[in-house]
Design a protein. Structure first.
Length: 58
């Protein structure tokens, strides 16, 4: 599952998280899972972050 969450910090500044959850399911029940998250940089949002990653920058 891939997800995106946007909101505001207490000081009113914008924040954006993106993440991927990977679950192991057996007989219709969750058996284990991993959650990967990243706080997207404030400057430019997710598209700018992907461009930085593709260029080899962090």
């Amino acid at each position: 599952m891939e997800w995106r969450m946007e909101g505001r910090r207490r000081d009113g500044s914008r924040m954006e998280f993106v993440g991927v959850n990977i679950f192991e399911v057996e007989n219709g029940q969750f058996r284990s899972g991993r959650i990967y998250t990243e706080l997207v940089r404030d400057a430019g949002g997710i598209d700018a972050q992907i461009d930085r990653m593709a260029a080899g920058s962090t």
